[in-house]
Design a protein around this ligand. Sequence first.
Ligand SMILES: [Zn+2]
Length: 74
Amino acid sequence: MSITNHSTAPGANVLFEHYCEEPGCEEWGGFGNSPSPSVPTRWWCWAHFPHKTYEQEQALRRKLDAAHPKETVQ
Ligand SMILES: [Zn+2]
């Protein structure tokens, strides 16, 4: 294996990194929202993204419940 992740190509290291802005959260901020083009986009992970629809919020909660079934068992 001679392939590395390093590159000397110009701009190769210019990654636009934006992690979730929730304090203490280290998830990748894959979901951005900006109210207008003049306002910098803010980024959150899906769990903290504050602009989900009600249906999306419910779907996430079901998914989280499924991941932790013991918490919902009576
Ligand atoms: Zn987050």
